[in-house]
Design a protein around this ligand. Structure first.
Ligand code: GDP
Length: 365
């Protein structure tokens, strides 16, 4: 599965947030295939459409789709030179598909800031610099090799060389590799480098519990938002402390606590949804009297591969899919009505599954 790594300097609230994630975590019993790794937090993806479908189908159970966060603690300035446990952490970042970068936006005299005072932009730049430095090393190594291969006269090495040079230049200006405009072929060329600054990023501004309801007034948050806007990144404002308290509560208590704080939904829910979008993930549903269930696929996935998420047999023996769009089904009011109105379609192996599609697969065993 695709994962989002939680990174940030020490003492910004990563562990507090990660604890909230694991506490709010998906019922382990529902997901027997998930490995138990203390650094991985499995969360359910909040989706109001599940309850709507459940009201329609009255199933025995409702199963949300899940999503993984990875705790990548311990990144410090100098990591790319092997400072702290530098290289180990960088290699953990290499394995995730997106990055949630936690930034301290709360003042608290009792909690030391690693570099003396709260300054979110300096913090972001400190981490980003480590990632850039690590990438420069990776790119330079590859450039060496490509340079040698150039002598073969094969044109593909010239293309590779040019792409690497463009990325190298950006990195030297302390810009992320993802800021370089590349077409699909060029992206393929550098894919196996797993550059850290190629990964999509969102920023998590951690504010104090007193400020979460009116975080617009927090100057640090404004700074982070301006910074993120320059690179087209999203900012999720949370209070890690509040999230860890929310995670202890369920159902009604949770709703009451949120209302007390003047919040509509938990920050964690917003973070999960933002990370899901950042990874280009969408949800389709299966619905029946047994179960209403959400499934995760990458945007652009075709019907057989979408079926494969449920079971590899579904993909192998795929014949057709019966599909009705979520909105269409809602309007029709029931599956039978949708059928009568001709809203239920039969789609073949080239159908690109859309977010919210309610699917039923036909397959050979
Ligand atoms: P990490 O080193 O990034 O994992 O940071 P921690 O999660 O261990 O947090 C460092 C300290 O900041 C701890 O004492 C937390 O209780 C505190 N902290 C984290 N989030 C908040 C918050 O939203 N408000 C306040 N006041 N303290 C927080």
């Amino acid at each position: 599965p695709l994962t989002t790594g939680i990174v940030g300097l020490p003492n910004v609230g990563k562990s507090t947030l990660f604890n909230a994630i694991t506490k709010a975590g998906a019922e382990a019993a529902n997901y027997p295939f998930c490995t138990i790794d203390p650094n991985i937090g499995v969360v359910e993806v909040p989706d109001h459409r599940l309850q709507v479908l459940a009201n329609m189908f009255q199933p025995n159970r409702i199963v949300p789709t899940t999503f993984e966060f990875v705790d990548i603690a311990g990144l410090v300035a100098g990591a790319s030179r092997g400072e702290g446990l530098g290289n180990k952490f960088l290699s953990h970042i290499r394995e995730v598909d997106a990055i949630a970068h936690v930034v301290r936006c709360f003042e608290d005299e009792n909690i030391t800031h690693v570099s003396g005072k709260v300054d979110p932009i300096r913090d972001i730049e400190t981490i980003n610099l480590e990632l850039v430095l690590a990438d420069i090393e990776t790119v330079e190594k590859r450039l060496e090799r490509t340079k040698k291969n150039l002598k073969s006269g094969d044109k593909k090495y010239q293309i590779e060389y040019d792409v690497l040079e463009r990325i190298h230049k950006a990195l030297q200006e302390e810009k992320a590799a993802r800021s370089v405009e590349l077409d699909e072929d060029e992206k393929m060329i550098i894919r196996d480098l797993h550059l850290l600054t190629m990964k999509p990023v969102l920023y998590v501004a951690n504010v104090s519990e007193d400020e979460i309801a009116e975080y617009e007034n927090n100057t640090y948050v404004k700074q982070v938002k301006n910074f993120a806007a320059q690179e087209g990144a999203e900012v999720i404002v949370i209070s890690a402390k509040v999230e860890s308290e929310i995670a202890e509560l369920d159902g009604e208590d949770r709703q009451l606590f949120l209302e007390e704080l003047g919040l509509k939904e938990s920050g964690l829910d917003r973070l999960i949804q933002a990370a899901y979008r950042l990874l280009g993930l969408i949800t389709y549903f299966t619905a029946g009297v047994q179960e209403v269930r959400a499934w995760t696929i990458k945007k652009g996935t075709k019907a057989p591969q979408a079926a494969g998420v449920i079971h590899s047999d579904f993909e192998r023996g795929f014949i057709r899919a019966e599909v009705v769009g979520y909105e269409d089904l809602l309007q029709a009011g029931s599956m039978n009505q949708a059928k009568e109105k001709g809203l239920l379609r039969l789609e073949g192996k080239d159908y690109v599954v859309q977010d919210g599609d309610v699917m039923h697969f036909r397959f050979n065993v």
